[in-house]
Design a protein around this ligand. Sequence first.
Ligand code: EPU
Length: 348
Amino acid sequence: MTTLDIQRDVPLAPLTTLVLGGSARCFVRAEDEATLVDALRWAADEGISSSILGGGSNLIVPDEGYDGLVIHMRIADIEFRNGGTVDAGAGVPWETVVDGAVSRAWAGLECLSGIPGSTGATPIQNVGAYGQEVADAIAAVRVLRRDTLTFEELGPEDCTFGYRNSLFKREPDRFIVTAVRFALRPNAPGTIRYGELHKSIGADATLADVRRAVLHLRRRKSMLIDPDDPNRRSAGSFFLNPIVGAAEAERVVEQAVGQHLAASPADVPRYPVGDGKVKLAAGWLIEKAGIEKGTRRGAIGVSTNHALALVHHGGGTTADLLAFADEIRVRVRDRFGVKLEREPRLLR
Ligand code: EPU
């Protein structure tokens, strides 16, 4: 048994990018797997619940905090092996993985530049941006089973990845991710698939060019954490892009054109995602439901640069944030009959 340094009443807001919410009754840092296991045993002995905190960039902490043990995942080993394999502990900052891959000219993660948070969270929500999803680069995920406290290695097929979804998100109490193995492609060309990226760089762009262009796009949308950006306190996209059947998508398009919210069907952003399903753009729906970028409700607002991000301007509460999110959800439902789902995890 390692010596656990359990702290009491630790404020969680500073450990999240939204900078909101209360304290953890108990708190411990896990810099290795043994400490993680001991921490879980300790919580079980105390009869309290436990939850994992990663980079805090996709997390909403309730105002009342967490009445249990928060385990701050800090396993930070990283190894770049010959042939394009990266082994990264769950606590490695994501940007370290992307930067290391791009600087070695290993393709597969370049479009995922500038995403805040830690590596262990990336398989959970199958992080994706600008034409790449982390699932496409994952070779294995090392997990701790919560029921047996034993370690297992899962292959990508075990993880049942989907759009911002995985086994880990569907069954949050089953596994804790402790490390991820990526299989990248040395000296392969970058992925230049996303419309906006295509427009800004040529087909012969290097991985470093792709990375630079992605960082530029993210900065423009306030999706890069920059201390000088007034929209910096957010959890990125607050809602998922809704995936609907083709008939429902057509109904939304007709409604939008009928209500003069779009000049023609081509002006309603939507993307086929297979199986006859269509992905709608939540940011567009929010704006067209009358919630403009920059709309404020006290300390909480819609980002001035992207309608899908909710921003905490300081001095607010999680209750304010969730109330505004509900208001947005109702507005979109009333106007388009489309249900928006929250993207960041609520700690509980
Ligand atoms: N749009 C608007 N208004 C807005 C924002 C977007 O009308 O304020 C429209 C755009 O014009 C475009 C469409 O919505 O037609 C899509 O916009 P964008 O390319 O900015 O991407 P997104 O669908 O809003 C998703 C991810 C982002 C990721 C980008 C780029 C989700 C929930 N979000 O956003 O991921 O960076 O694509 O690939 O899938 C995150 O998950 O936190 C995140 C930032």
